[in-house]
Design a protein around this ligand. Sequence first.
Ligand code: URA
Ligand code: ZN
Length: 361
Amino acid sequence: MPVVDVHTHMYPPVYMDLLRARDKVPYVKSFPDDPAAGDRLVILPAEDTASTSRGRPIGAEYYDVKEKLAFMDRHHIDVSVISLANPWLDWLPSNEAADTARKVNDDVERMCTEHEGRLLGFGTLPLSAPASQVVEEIERLSKLPHHRGVVMGTSGLGSGLDDPALDPIYAAMEKHEQLIFLHPHYGLPTSVYGDRASDYGHVLPLALGFPLETTIAVARMLLSGVWDRFPKLNVLIAHSGGTLPFLAGRIESCIAHDAHLKKEGKLEKRRDVWDVLKNNIYLDAVIYADVGLKAAIDASGADRLMFGTDHPFFPPLEEGEDEWLSVKLNSQAVRSTFGDDPKTAEAIMGGNAMRILRLSS
Ligand code: URA
Ligand code: ZN
């Protein structure tokens, strides 16, 4: 059974050119006052500080397809479904978004065609453009042979994924059977991390801010009835659903105890989170330990989980580590959970993705 990585990013060359031409977030730059730091990728406002730790180092692993393939070979990954890394096209002026999305998606399609059998893609939507242009790109993507859906952040058209203005986009995704790969970027307001946040490096925003951002976004989709209106809309949630599998019971209990929702008649005829988790949601297995993996499986089912790496993020801190720790933790979690059930382990490592993403064997 092939190993398939459904959570793996690239900034394709067309997108790198855009980042290199900018000096506002997001941008890529080297700093003359610190030549040893090399090129730095600055994608979050909090990273845009005048210090040597500005942003993060960025090398060829972010944009060179050869590096992606070398990483796949080193980790015995047969197929990668590459997605543009955050912050996608969220920041583009409205009038440039549609044209840029076409160029970026075509660049990904080109790489996939050049490496037939190894690469597929999740496309990127021009979400700052008028909804009609977003729908046009969904329709175009649905015809690109190597694309299997779209990657999307939590901001939607600017006011979140519970925005009714997204309905034509959800309708098009549902109609064309395109999967949304939902991925965080914005985190939580930095004030929640306190005065000493910078002492703790990237831990609070990435370990907690990212998954909570995702969880809040999905809860808002659920509460606004997205899956009642689009019962066949499928979403692959990054990082094993943020904290959704763990908090699903609490979300349902809060809904059942909300007098305002009851008065508005919103407790009748609604699909609950358990139903949506088992019928509309897929989860990646990017959770780094068996405890979280088991929660994800309990919530959605082992047939809805798919292995991922988050490459090229979370590289080893020391040079010369052949197998990345971040990859090892994720594959070990699958192995230790299913030591006595290799068929299910294989399904999570690749078989589920083959079926869900219509990969031919
Ligand atoms: N950090 C990011 O900005 N994106 C990822 O996907 C992972 C880590
Ligand atoms: Zn990621």
